[in-house]
Design a protein around this ligand. Sequence first.
Ligand SMILES: [Zn+2]
Length: 211
Amino acid sequence: MPEIAYLCRPMQLRDLTDIHTHHPGRPDALLSLPPSPAVFRYAAPFSLELHPWHVAADAVALAHQLDEFRCAADALRGNPNLLAIGECGLDNHCGVPLDRQTEAFRCALAVARRLDLPVVIHCVGYWAEMLRCVADANLKRDVIIHGFRKGPQLARQLLDAGLSIALGEKFNPDVARIIPSDRLFFETDESETDVLSIREKILNLRDSAQK
Ligand SMILES: [Zn+2]
């Protein structure tokens, strides 16, 4: 019976209006949480974070960190509140060496592939390197660049590579107009602004571009 199958369908990232926030307790939002005992007690949608800023620069410490990440992800497998992996990614404005960041990012992508989950990506500067890692990971679910503030040229490259884009409080209006509806997401990240007003602003811009 299709109706019952639909009612029983577990929640997915695409059901949420706000696909990336760091504010706990917000309704209709995906909270980004690093592995910790608190993750296992969290009773609302979340993503498992491996932020490039917090990647260990020391090889031994990194191996331990990635083990912990994989173990937490495996222990959370089947948890209906775990809806994505991330934020994870690459950032050329932080002090962590690129090879360490890349190792952590590839680990997070492999976990997403294994658990069949979407990915929320943080990328600053290292766009080509990020795209290479994503292409190598051969992911089957949504791969979303979060907090995108760059221009339409880079946005088109990401879209051409099959990625989706999440816009937050600050974004380029020309980018808001070119993202296909099924690959456009909204987020609050660190912002105090309500996601509904962020979404309304973006959708109004798109409407006015069509007139
Ligand atoms: Zn964030």
